[in-house]
Design a protein around this ligand. Sequence first.
Ligand code: G6P
Length: 372
Amino acid sequence: SAAEKGGWSSFMAKEISEEPDAIANTLLGRVHDGTVSLSELDPLGADTLAGIERIIVIACGTAAYAGMLGAYAIEKWARVPVDVQLSHEFRYREPVIGDRTLVVSISQSGETMDTLMAVKYAREAGARTLSICNTQGATIPRESDAVLYTHAGPEVAVASTKAFVAQVTALYLLGLQLASIRGSLSPELIAEQVAELAAVPAKLSEVLQSGETISQLARWMADTRSVLFLGRHVGYPVALEGALKLKELAYIHAEGFAAGELKHGPIALIEPGQIVFVVVPSPRDPLSLHPKVVSNIQEIRARGARVIAIAEEGDAAVLPYADEVIRIPLAAPLFEPLLSVVPLHIFGMELAAAKGLDVDQPRNLAKSVTVE
Ligand code: G6P
């Protein structure tokens, strides 16, 4: 009903507006004075967590992209190898798992059958299981050794938005907790990451202010038939998420690519007028990926692509090559995705709306898929 939507045109619009709160509420009570404390992990035991040799993240859809972002952070901070596998593929490769493997499932609903079956398989194979879930008392957390709840609040729109940023937040907290248990990051570095994380909700509220620019872009593109998304490092899962949203909501053929992969194939797709979103890393990025991505932009622009760059405030290097620039506030590299993904959530929604589609209930999809 209109009242449930709180004055918004759709549940999705309301849920996007709640993305800053989803992050803030997921942090609430779990960070204090620059430290992370997740008592939810107690059932796993600190000794077990200290001895984990491998983490496998299992999830489907948007949750799997959140998992990819978590993998970058957890590997960097906790120095544990992390793989992300789609739940429905996991069992069939006879995964190498044992009691020093932590299997982290991610599911907004906690009822996705593919993910549930993967968790059961992991448990039977002797792995430790942790569920990251947004729904209290759902089946997947009940089948897991421990659960870290995301506090995004109920998500109604089929396409996941606020649950995604809450999942990334929970994974980052897990990474920092593991880093603290395993001594792989100094308390000072942990405090720095905690401060970055705590600063995200306010920055995200700023990003939401630029929503009207994105809506306008979406209206101009209402009859577009194909959109590509490029990103590198943590921008790569953001590109995948942007493409998924367009497929789900606007029924547009969309693909996300790792920007470095462009020259190995996808650049053949570029023809005059092709719209390409590029998630641009910060020019301050210590990994120095910024010039590489700017050169990707030059390459596709030279072949006639129309480029929409998502770039940090003040990044002037993209201006000569981009047709449009969507600005995000300054953040450390691992935290940029929590800001850059939101314009893509808005874009998917607005393009669907511009086509007159039902953004909350896209055709052929269900909010939670309880069959294999
Ligand atoms: C369905 C939804 C997606 C969602 C996926 C995983 O396919 O349409 O939006 O990302 O399920 O759902 P879960 O509840 O497990 O996060």
